[in-house]
Design a protein around this ligand. Structure first.
Ligand SMILES: Cc1cc2nc3c(=O)[nH]c(=O)nc-3n(C[C@H](O)[C@H](O)[C@H](O)COP(=O)(O)OP(=O)(O)OC[C@H]3O[C@@H](n4cnc5c(N)ncnc54)[C@H](O)[C@@H]3O)c2cc1C
Ligand SMILES: NC(=O)c1ccc[n+]([C@@H]2O[C@H](COP(=O)([O-])OP(=O)(O)OC[C@H]3O[C@@H](n4cnc5c(N)ncnc54)[C@H](O)[C@@H]3O)[C@@H](O)[C@H]2O)c1
Length: 477
């Protein structure tokens, strides 16, 4: 057994861990970067990048299928599944290669391999070979797919996102369980690439949308193309030869039994904490066994242990993981003089078509009676119609009295860009008038944003009562 000593130990060499390592090193500390799995990060290996590569192929197929709508005919659509997966994997490997190269530049004495668990607040055990002593720690162990009990006996026919990006060819059929971001992104991409796909949701929510009106618009937009089965419970899934027999029941009592080649669990992710043995740290834990931490400093209580990335179960997105890693690594090095780090305006984008986006305060977090809503439909929006992408709705929220822009939810064309504009305005605490003073070109989709802001301004000035009813909202304050 080896014993090594460092100023700081970072558990996990994913996006958050790498960012924490760099931030702690900037203080001139000795820092151990501990990794128990493959290098390359979830984002590059099996997350953001390969999913967007698959979606890019699906968009190409969709553009060909939609071309006759412009009077353009490209002939019969043919999808070469092997070539699609080959590009997904080779481009993905390129991205992973850059990350791995970066890790290899780290001093070998600070790159430790092994699965870490706590044996004290300042001590870790790596597998059965090394003990690491460090006064300050950063936990950046990420998250893993959560698998419902009823899917656990399906062997290789149960898949998660990682498995999709290991395919050499596209399959014949996939039942996607879960209507969150992963289920919708992968489900729509596979559908557009010719795979028979059904997407099952036990509730009626899509991609974490909390505005009922936007959620319904998303159901209408995506449900027009996809086999979307909402309010449907998975009763059982059983293997029958090389197929899975999926038995489902919808809330209206209808039952169906269908065969699929694979079942994709897209049912959420759970923090990687099961084997960390927090009991040895003395940290205060919440009801799910996660240490309580301050999201501005990432510090757990007043300890020298910090959290970062998906493991903390708060804003599980790449840019947030990197920010949290930077704050955690910086504060671990500064401990005990911790400082608050920059947290940015909320920004979430689902790369469906149309794209879904959420900015700043979502409908769920707004206080009833304190805000007004403005909206624009993209159905008749000029540029969207020109491009035959005139589907969707944007709703913007503003604060009564101050007229400050608070946030937005949307499904619509090029939402990834509109969401950035709105997030920048939100972080700068702009008022609706200030946003309307900004330039808008013609003809662009952003003119739709202007329409929504004008509508919001009118409603703020006239105090139009909030007509919709949101079941998830904080009751009238
Ligand atoms: C399919 C998919 C698509 C996504 N798309 C997007 C997107 O488009 N945009 C976006 O912003 N986000 C996206 N995300 C989310 C994003 O990938 C994550 O938020 C981000 O990768 C989290 O980084 P992390 O450092 O917390 O975790 P990871 O990168 O998973 O790093 C954690 C590391 O810790 C290691 N580890 C775990 N336990 C231990 C231990 N005990 N000892 C040692 N090492 C350990 C793991 O092996 C792993 O390498 C997507 C996620 C998925 C799954
Ligand atoms: N574009 C992006 O930024 C992007 C893309 C993919 C993933 N991500 C990140 O990854 C995280 C995880 O994504 P996700 O889609 O797995 O989680 P999610 O929490 O968004 O969605 C999970 C869905 O599964 C449903 N579900 C859970 N258990 C179920 C069951 N037993 N039967 C049927 N449905 C069930 C939930 O109701 C929910 O709709 C997201 O929160 C997101 O932050 C981001």
């Amino acid at each position: 057994m080896k014993t090594l000593e460092f100023d700081v130990a970072v558990i996990g060499a994913g996006s958050a861990g790498l960012s924490a390592y760099r931030a702690a090193k900037a203080h001139g500390k000795s820092v151990a970067l501990i990794e128990g799995g493959p290098y390359g990060t979830t984002c590059a290996r099996v997350g953001c990048m390969p999913s967007k590569l698959l979606i890019a192929a699906a968009e190409a197929a969709h553009a060909v299928a939609e071309a006759p709508g412009f009077g353009v005919h490209a002939g019969d659509l043919r999808i070469d599944g092997k070539a699609v997966m080959q590009r997904v994997k080779s481009e993905r490997d390129r991205f992973v290669g850059f990350v791995v190269k970066g890790v290899e530049h780290i001093d070998a004495a600070e790159r430790l391999r092994g699965h870490a668990r706590f044996i004290a607040a300042d001590r870790l055990q790596l597998d059965d070979h090394t003990e690491v002593m460090a006064r300050r720690m950063v936990i950046a162990t990420g998250s893993s797919p959560q698998i419902p009990q009823e899917l656990r006996d399906l062997g290789k026919h149960l898949i998660v996102n990682d498995d999709v990006f290991a395919w050499d060819d596209l399959p014949e059929s996939v039942a996607v369980i879960g209507t969150g971001i992963i289920g919708l992104e992968l489900g729509q991409a596979l559908h557009r690439l010719g795979v028979r796909v059904a997407i099952f949701g036990r509730g009626g929510r899509l991609a974490q949308l909390s505005d009922d009106v936007i959620n319904q618009t998303a159901i209408d937009c995506l449900g027009g193309e996809l086999d979307l089965r909402l309010n449907t419970t998975l009763v059982s899934a059983k293997l029958a030869g090389e197929q899975v027999v999926v038995h489902t029941r919808s809330d209206d009592g209808g039952e169906r039994t269908e065969h699929f080649q694979y079942v994709l669990a897209a049912t959420g992710r759970t923090p990687n904490i099961a084997t960390l043995e927090f009991a040895a740290t003395g940290l205060q834990l919440n009801e799910r066994g996660l240490p309580l931490f301050d999201p501005l400093t990432m510090q757990c209580g007043d300890s020298a242990i910090f959290m970062a990335g998906d493991v903390d179960n708060d804003r599980p997105l790449l840019h947030e993981a990197t920010d949290e890693g930077r704050i955690a690594g910086d504060n671990a090095a500064r401990f005990p003089r911790v400082v608050q780090g920059l947290r940015r305006a909320g920004l979430g984008i689902a790369f469906t078509d149309p794209q879904i986006a959420m900015v700043g305060q979502t409908r769920r977090t707004l206080k009833q009676g304190h805000f007004q809503t403005g909206e624009v439909s993209f159905t008749d929006q000029g540029r969207s119609r020109v491009m035959r992408q005139n589907r969707g709705l944007l709703r913007v929220y503003g604060e009564r009295g101050s007229h400050r822009f608070l946030g937005a939810e949307m499904i619509g064309p090029r939402a990834e860009h509109i969401a950035h504009l709105l997030a920048w305005a939100c972080q700068n605490q702009m008022t609706v008038d200030q946003m309307l003073d900004m330039p808008f070109y013609h003809p662009v989709i952003e003119e739709g944003v202007r329409t929504a802001l004008r509508n919001l301004k009118e409603n703020l000035v006239n105090h139009v009562s909030e007509i919709e009813h949101c079941t998830d909202c904080t009751p009238g304050v």
